[in-house]
Design a protein around this ligand. Structure first.
Ligand SMILES: [Zn+2]
Ligand SMILES: [Zn+2]
Length: 285
């Protein structure tokens, strides 16, 4: 044997130590399989959320270029920052979404249902409103917390670094704020029944409003924004005012909490695409 035998046994030892050798006697570990499946689901969801962000923000940024030519010309370094933070947020959003998507498909963790008649049909629109209201409620109160000076510095200054915001700022959050946003819908689908189609609609509303509320001009008609529906609904004109003044207008979809808590500070003067006051001035916050 001699030298060769010793070095061979040393190499075999190294291979085992590195875990490279096939472990015939190792017990089958379902936990590892679950962990891998959940990891892949989180990765897939990160790619979906990131892709959805790039497509939606890209589309509304393109639309902004058509409707308000030159509007983002001075904001290129800011837009690069917004995209970097948003893609990091997409990875953070992907984790709970991926875990819950896996649990929905494989373990019955959620109350997402596919037969529309499982609950009375009136529950379909009601569940959409309920989810929007609960998401809005969570957002309003966490957003108010993030505007406390100590929290603002840690978690929310990144989002307000967009002055004025652009369509790319929709997911421009510090990771702490991204976590607070990422857990809402996964938690709600575990707690409350929602039809898979209504969930799709909810995600569509969430995405389109998140992007369009930051793009710097109003896409909804004046009768809606300045009329009766606009007293309760949040669109770009309302959220732009939050980015101008910081104090007030903390809501996401509805003005409900802002109005009852006295934090509603009215509408910004950004002009409506359809209202005849296009090109309204912007105030830098
Ligand atoms: Zn914002
Ligand atoms: Zn804010």
């Amino acid at each position: 044997m001699g030298k060769t035998g010793e070095s061979l046994s040393e190499s075999m030892y190294a291979i085992h130590a590195l875990g490279l050798a096939p472990r015939r006697s190792a017990p089958y570990s379902p936990a590892m399989d679950y962990a891998l499946a959940i990891l892949l689901s989180a990765l897939a969801m990160t790619l979906i959320v990131g892709g959805r962000y790039l497509l939606t923000s890209g589309f509304f940024a393109w639309l902004t270029g058509r409707v308000r030519p030159g509007h983002y010309d001075q904001l290129k370094p800011q837009i690069a920052r917004e995209i970097r933070w948003s893609l990091l947020s997409a990875a953070i959003y992907g984790v709970p979404a991926g875990i819950v998507a896996w649990g929905w498909q494989n373990a019955g963790w959620t109350k997402i249902y596919t037969d529309p008649e499982l609950y009375p049909l009136w529950y379909l629109p009601l569940s959409l409103l309920l989810f929007l209201f609960l998401h809005d409620t969570w957002f309003y109160w966490t957003h108010r917390l993030f505007h406390r000076p100590q929290w603002f510095k840690i978690a929310h200054a990144v989002h307000h670094d967009s002055r004025p915001p652009t369509a790319w700022a929709a997911m421009s959050f510090h990771p702490v704020e991204a976590v607070s946003g990422a857990i809402v819908i996964p938690a709600l689908v575990i707690a409350l029944p929602i039809h898979v189609g209504v969930l799709g609609l909810l995600l569509l509303v969430m995405t389109v409003m998140g992007v369009s509320n930051h793009m710097g001009w109003e896409m909804f008609p004046r009768w809606l924004v300045r009329g009766r529906p606009g007293k309760w609904l949040i669109t770009a004109t309302h959220h732009e005012k939050h980015h101008e003044l910081y104090r007030g207008n903390y809501g996401l979809y509805f003005r409900f909490w802002d109005r009852i808590c006295g934090t509603d500070i009215g509408l910004a003067d950004i002009g409506s695409r359809f209202g005849g006051d296009a090109g309204g001035k912007r105030v830098r916050g």
